[in-house]
Design a binder for this molecule. Structure first.
Ligand code: DON
Length: 309
């Protein structure tokens, strides 16, 4: 089946499933999202864009930003050995099997988060970025802007609302500081995290930004090597095993691609040697990923035979 037919079929199957999910309600800007919104974008490495639905409406990328902040940290730190010394001594690489904002493991495991895709891990990455970048959010914003081929805005009202609702993240950051795994002021780290979550991108832009991972670390639009292929494959491994939290097994089973979800209902994926993909549908499943989004990716990867397995 060709890609244009596959995305239409996938959207037809997935759209009605959104009714079974619930839109995030912890901040007003997410609570107000229309549950009927749905967009699916598949952008091939040669630049061909296949889209259906609401692919040009910008929404907060939320936890999808954790992939981009990790990439900036890897870029700033440099070679694989230094990445190992500076990142993997402080953040693990195991799926947590717990919700993205769980505090439980952090206490048992002495302030070392299981992986950089859960909130605690992303906070440690931001702590590192504060040490390595003059303006960490600007660095992330420049990266996504370059990959998307468009300037990317920040919704500062979303960032302020995130800050007002950040009690659990604050608790995690404080616990990690108590264990000596956070070097900067908790408020400063939270500000970076809340602002990166409030970067506003459309499904089309996010799908474009995923293509370099699908292309061994080199952005096919510019030819620039964003990451060495050895690190690009590790980012994808983390997305596959940890990017959708305690549903990562289900995603590997039903979608079979490295994916990362966000609480505004976006899920991005990299299909190696094929495309960057993003689906957006705000109602979430119980693990915090878009319900219809997962169904759409399942249908799409089955129809196009895209699973890496
Ligand atoms: O920190 C939080 O909880 C949110 N700003 C982001 C969480 C998120 O996107 C989880 N992913 N599905």
């Amino acid at each position: 089946m060709n890609i244009s037919d596959a995305i239409i079929r996938a959207a037809d199957v997935a759209r009605p499933q959104a009714r079974r999910g619930r839109v995030a309600d912890y901040i007003p800007q997410l609570r107000a999202l229309d549950p009927e919104l749905f967009g699916l974008a598949v952008i091939e490495l040669d630049g061909s864009e296949h889209v259906v639905g609401d692919v040009d409406i910008a929404f907060p990328i939320q936890s999808m930003s954790k992939v981009f902040s990790l990439i900036v940290a890897m870029q700033k730190i440099g070679g694989e050995q230094d990445v190992h010394r500076q990142i993997w001594q402080r953040v693990g690489r195991e799926p947590s099997g717990d919700p993205f904002n769980s505090l439980v493991q952090l206490e048992h495991e002495c302030g070392i988060p299981r992986n950089p895709m859960i909130n605690a891990g992303a906070l440690v990455i931001d702590d590192l970025l504060i040490e390595h970048c003059a303006d960490p959010v600007l660095s992330i914003r420049q990266l996504v802007g370059e990959l998307a081929g468009d300037p990317i805005e920040i919704d500062f009202e979303v960032a302020a609302a995130e800050n007002d609702a950040s009690q659990r993240n604050r608790a995690m950051a404080s616990l990690m500081a108590a264990f000596g795994n956070l070097n900067n002021d908790v408020d400063k780290v939270l500000e970076v995290y809340n602002t990166q979550c409030s970067l506003m991108m459309s499904a089309r832009q996010i799908a474009r930004a995923m293509r370099f991972l699908a292309n061994d670390g080199t952005d096919p639009a510019s030819g620039r090597q964003v990451l060495p292929s050895s690190l690009a494959k590790r980012v994808m491994a983390l997305m596959l095993t940890c990017g959708t939290y305690d549903a990562a097994g289900e995603f590997a089973f039903s979608v079979g691609l490295p994916c990362k979800s966000g609480v505004a209902g976006g899920i991005m994926a990299a299909a190696p040697d094929h495309s960057g993909i993003c689906v957006w549908s705000p109602p979430l499943d119980s693990s915090g990923s878009s319900l219809a989004g997962r169904v759409a990716l399942h249908e799409l990867t089955d129809r196009l035979n895209l699973s890496i397995f």
